[in-house]
Design a protein around this ligand. Structure first.
Ligand SMILES: C[S@@+](CC[C@H](N)C(=O)[O-])C[C@H]1O[C@@H](n2cnc3c(N)ncnc32)[C@H](O)[C@@H]1O
Length: 177
């Protein structure tokens, strides 16, 4: 990234990533968060809105973070819309840092995915113990979503869900062409 370029964290929640980036020395860090409840606790500059309709001009940001957000977006069309918006608001050769949950092979999640498939029609969408509805992704689904980016690194890792269940996750670094 070049000095002075803006950084956006889509789905900034309570601002964990924003604080981390500021501590790392990034000066122009912004958040975009769809859930209004998070604002009161947010320490930095956060805009209320959805990533699929990001309220920013084309090529505004040198880097975009999307940590955990794709697990919240269930429909294929909205997931592609989010990917297209990230592409639009990134500068040429700008960076995307993305992480999200992947399909997990353990019995608990496999049962959840099967139940979810009956209810929602897609394997990977399921109702968690806390009654939130989430989507865990297959690798090919994520590669399809990111097909306009150059993938720089793709690391699968054991992740822990909010309900403290072991699951699989991925951390991806990508670049706009
Ligand atoms: C798993 S949390 C991660 C929060 C933060 N990125 C972090 O790592 O601490 C995902 C966040 O994305 C937000 N979110 C979900 N769908 C969104 C969307 N379409 N646009 C913007 N934010 C969204 C949720 O409200 C939630 O705050």
């Amino acid at each position: 990234m070049r000095p002075g370029e803006l950084v956006l964290d889509i789905g900034s929640g309570y601002g964990r990533v924003l604080v981390y980036l500021e501590q790392k020395g990034f000066e122009h860090v912004f958040g975009l968060e769809s859930d209004f409840r998070y604002f009161k606790k947010n320490p930095l500059s956060v805009v209320c809105g959805r990533g699929e309709q990001a309220p920013f001009k084309d090529e505004s940001f040198g880097a975009v973070f999307s940590i955990g957000v794709f697990s919240y977006i269930l429909e294929d069309q909205k997931r592609m819309q989010l990917s297209n918006e990230i592409q639009r608001i990134l500068k040429s050769r700008g960076f995307l840092f993305l992480s999200c949950f992947m399909i997990s092979g353990d019995e608990y999640h496999q049962n959840k995915y099967r139940e979810g498939q009956k209810e929602y029609g897609t394997f990977g969408i399921f109702e968690s113990d806390s009654r939130g509805i989430f989507r865990h992704s297959r690798e090919n689904e994520l590669r399809e979503l990111l097909n306009k980016f150059r993938i720089l690194s793709w690391k699968t890792r054991p992740f822990m869900t909010m309900n403290k269940r072991p699951a699989s996750g991925v951390i991806i670094e990508a670049q706009k062409h």
